[in-house]
Design a binder for this molecule. Structure first.
Ligand code: NAD
Length: 485
């Protein structure tokens, strides 16, 4: 049974129920994840709250020292961490390595906290009066994480929170808790004081306990839109700071002037990388004009049918399984809905699965996708390329902006003017120009808009400093002659 990490110690959860952790490529049972209780959460909060007293007084240059050690430890253990990601999540090893590297970049960026959390100072705001503002840590924060990036997503938050002087509780996804166990073994070696960073395993009950606990000051959530909305509403009603990153439905636009061959490869990789289980995955490719639509079909179908699907630990494999049988059934159902609603099933990834043992699908290509179809509107989170055709660039932008989601979108073009118009007019919060997965690096902020993001301060980059610190403004006058008083 998987353990909690509270106050610098590994311990059993109080939860009596547990869920299976399964390798999606083989269906092998890897372990069981306990469904923790409010009592587990309370113990973690007490530890984090006690640790905060001295951690916030620790100079920031000393607070970042364990992060330098953690970076080195993670570099040294990168192959083992990536392997664990592949085993519990299914994404291929190259993708897993990339995701661990991103986690390390978060640590590297958080090492800049001495500069990141600097305040401001103005001299002589009035006669002999100076004014300064400082950023202070706030207390205990927590993160609630999704299954699709077992290593990376928790790192979007806790390194910044902790380097800024807060203490933290991580709740991994109960479907993929094993990578975080390996990471916490490294956190332990890096020498963070006990209670500064804690981990509680579990699902809904742990989430509710985190949202209700009066000592927790802020929650960072990443997951599906209905849960993101619930977490935002409940957390803010309980007077916490909340940033809640939700689901997505990302469209990509191809203009006639684009390099179609390159665009087809990049769009395909965006849609099917990590078996489509990325919040930045493309979904609908909106082709502007008949010719682009026709050529794109001809280019994408062979790329899709040549894709090698299998266990992501094998070097030759290009796409792994989806996370579970339930996910596979949901995706198959969405493909069927497109057929029933009159789209063209150009390549059916539900077929030819042979003796693949896990939750596999091959890439699917669907043409003639139109607004209003379920496949055009809902998040698929699976390897399904949807091709749509519109008559004009403006129609494509209208399509994007009509979605309730607003995570990311991409334009393929060779025109700077078109690129500028696109970046200016589209709703989503992250935009790619000839980039399939425009994921902001650690030093930029990450987050969508509309139903893809609830809150006002996004993940990592400069914005997160506002989430994890509060400002205090001090106005001061020092007089040589105190007789004035
Ligand atoms: P999920 O919403 O099912 O679970 C996310 C977390 O919420 C988990 O830790 C889970 O334990 C908890 N949870 C689940 N149901 C709950 C409930 N009813 N009440 C309280 N807590 C609950 O999401 P998932 O399936 O793990 O992840 C996939 C989703 O995450 C996709 O929609 C994807 O787009 C989204 N995602 C978004 C981003 C982003 O940056 N916007 C990044 C990664 C994933």
């Amino acid at each position: 049974m998987i353990k909690n990490y509270i106050n610098g110690q590994w311990g059993e959860s109080q939860g009596r129920e547990s869920v299976e952790v399964v390798n999606p490529a083989t269906k092998e049972l890897l372990d069981r994840c306990p469904l923790g209780t409010p009592g587990d959460v309370d113990r973690a909060v007490q530890a984090a709250s006690s640790a905060f007293v001295s951690w916030r007084r620790t100079p920031v240059i000393d607070r970042v020292q364990p992060f330098f050690r953690l970076k080195t430890l993670m570099e040294e253990n990168l192959p083992a961490l990536a392997r664990q990601v592949t085993i519990e999540n299914g994404k291929i090893l190259a993708e897993a390595i990339g995701s661990v590297r991103r986690a390390i970049q978060m640590v590297e960026t958080a090492c800049g906290m001495p500069s990141l959390m600097m305040g401001q100072f103005s001299e002589d705001i009035a006669g002999e009066i100076d004014c300064l503002s400082v950023r202070q840590p706030i207390g205990v924060f927590a993160s609630i994480n999704p299954f699709n990036f077992p290593a990376m997503v928790p790192f979007w938050f806790w390194p910044f929170a902790v380097a800024a002087g807060n203490t933290f509780i991580v709740k991994p996804s109960e479907r993929v808790p094993l990578t975080q166990i390996k990471i916490f073994e490294l956190i332990e070696k890096a020498g963070f004081p006990k209670g500064v960073i804690n981990m509680v395993q579990g699902g809904k009950e742990v989430v509710n306990a985190l949202l209700a606990h009066p000592t927790i000051k802020g929650i960072s959530f990443v997951g599906s839109t209905p849960v993101a909305k619930y977490v935002y509403q409940t957390g803010t009603a309980n007077l916490k700071r909340v940033q809640a990153l939700g689901g997505a439905k990302n469209s990509m636009v191809v203009l006639p002037d684009a390099s179609l061959e390159k665009s087809a490869r990049v769009a395909f990789e965006s849609i099917t990388g990590c078996a489509g289980e990325r919040c930045l995955a493309g979904s609908v490719v909106i082709c502007v004009g008949d010719e682009v639509d026709r050529k794109f079909r001809d280019l994408v179908i062979p790329i899709a049918s040549d894709t090698i699907v299998g266990n992501g630990l094998e070097a030759r494999v290009q796409m792994g399984p989806v996370i579970s049988e339930a996910a596979r059934e949901r995706i198959k159902g969405l493909i069927q809905s497109a057929v029933d609603e009159g789209a063209d099933l150009l390549l059916d990834g539900r077929k030819n699965l042979g003796d693949l043992p896990g939750f596999f699908l091959r890439p699917t290509v669907i043409g003639g996708v139109r607004p209003g179809m379920r496949i055009a509107e809902e998040e698929i989170f699976g390897p399904v390329v949807c091709l749509a055709k519109v008559d004009s660039f403006d129609d494509a932008i209208r399509w994007i902006n009509s979605s309730p989601y607003g995570n990311t979108t991409t334009l393929f073009t060779t025109s700077g003017a078109a690129a500028r118009k696109f970046s200016y007019e589209v709703d989503p919060g992250m935009v790619g120009i000839n980039i399939g997965v425009p994921a902001p690096m650690a030093f930029f902020s990450f987050g969508g808009r509309k139903d893809s993001f609830f809150g006002d301060v996004k993940a990592h980059g400069n914005q997160c400093i506002n989430f994890f610190t509060d400002t205090k403004v001090i106005t001061e006058r020092w007089l040589k002659d105190s007789s004035i008083w």
